[in-house]
Design a protein. Structure first.
Length: 343
């Protein structure tokens, strides 16, 4: 960002601050008239605001509570009020930007972080937040510029290198740059699980056996991270280590019974091994835990058909289509089975 633009942002921020301060007290007083929501965390904060209507931290906390409960419009208003009451707290700008982004006001979200970035040019958390916002809004060149600025005064910042990797990873021609950035990130912080996982995904796509080591490093960093465990299991599944994959899928199910991708892959492997009863168990877990999962019904139908339970298979295929009418596998299977049953 050039010096003229930075100065302009600071001037505009000062003018906005002067204008906002004139109405702070009236605005704050009006906020306490909001009716109770029935959400304890929000209503408790509203009661506190009634006692201390000029306490910026209370609006900040209530904005976070609204965001956690999908009250995006109110979150924006509270985050704006927090900034009005205390314009020097960078965390308030971070939250306000998030609130704008969640409320589909991305331009305001970006402008908020640009203002914060101009106010705190060497505050790493703020600059990283600005880069993240630029990345989300596909402003890749600006994100790279912001991240390079961080690395000038903090050359070993792992998160900055990770973000650089994320930006470069968006373009095939920059995959090598992305790899270098991710590797530098994990050299400086080996606990960056997401960096290891992306390195693994890219290596796997290229047929590079280093993928396995990258996934193992992710698990070393966080042994119970189900995404890391699933990534390694999927790698093993596709590299003829079925037993190793199944062992990991069982571990995932113990750690998180709602992580149904593991059950899906495990069930498919059991079909390939002709272990139909075990395959049925996995797909049945999916349909019981998520009745809206069309894939679970389809594969349970496949098992029924392989077992000769044609009526049950047809029912499952139809259930899959009822959930997702354009699911091609279920459409094809239903048509073929209906034709077979008519003979």
């Amino acid at each position: 960002m050039n010096r003229t633009l930075t100065s302009l942002l600071l001037v505009l921020g000062a003018l906005l601050l002067i204008q906002c301060k004139e109405d702070i007290k009236t605005s704050a007083q009006s906020s306490v008239s909001i009716n109770t929501t029935g959400i304890e965390s929000i209503d408790l904060l509203t009661a506190e605001i009634q006692k201390s209507p000029l306490d910026a931290s209370l609006y900040y906390e209530r904005a976070k509570a609204y965001m956690e409960n999908n009250g995006n419009e109110y979150a924006v208003k509270d985050a704006e009020r927090a900034v009005q009451l205390d314009s020097l707290n960078p965390n308030y700008y971070h939250l306000l930007s998030d609130a704008y982004m969640d409320f589909r006001q991305s331009k305001l979200g970006l402008m908020t972080m640009m203002r914060a970035g101009a106010m705190y040019p060497e505050r790493t958390a703020t600059q990283l937040k600005l880069a993240e916002t630029q990345y989300i809004l596909l402003q890749y060149d600006y994100a790279v510029s912001t991240l390079n600025k961080i690395l000038k005064y903090e050359p070993l910042n792992a998160e900055a290198y990770f973000m650089l990797g994320m930006v470069f990873n968006e373009h095939d021609e920059d995959k090598k740059k992305a790899k270098n950035a991710f590797l530098t990130a994990v050299e400086n912080d080996s606990d960056l699980v997401d960096a290891w996982l992306i390195l693994g995904q890219n290596a796997m796509a290229e047929g590079d056996p280093l993928a396995k080591r990258y996934y193992q490093n992710a698990i070393t960093a966080e042994p119970e991270n189900v995404s890391a465990l699933h990534s390694l299991a999927f790698y093993l599944q596709n590299n003829e280590d079925v037993l190793g994959a199944q062992k990991l899928y069982r571990k995932i199910h113990i750690l998180d019974k709602n992580y149904l991708k593991a059950n899906l892959n495990s069930g498919i492997l059991y079909i390939e091994q002709d272990s139909l009863e075990k395959a049925y168990e996995q797909f049945n877990i999916i349909t019981q835990n998520n009745p809206g999962n069309h894939v679970g019904y389809y594969y349970r139908g496949v098992v029924h058909e392989l077992q000769g339970n044609l009526e049950n298979a047809l029912t499952d295929y139809q259930n899959s289509m009822n959930i997702k009418p354009d699911y091609e596998k279920a459409v094809t299977a239903t048509a073929a089975l209906e034709k077979a049953l008519k003979k």
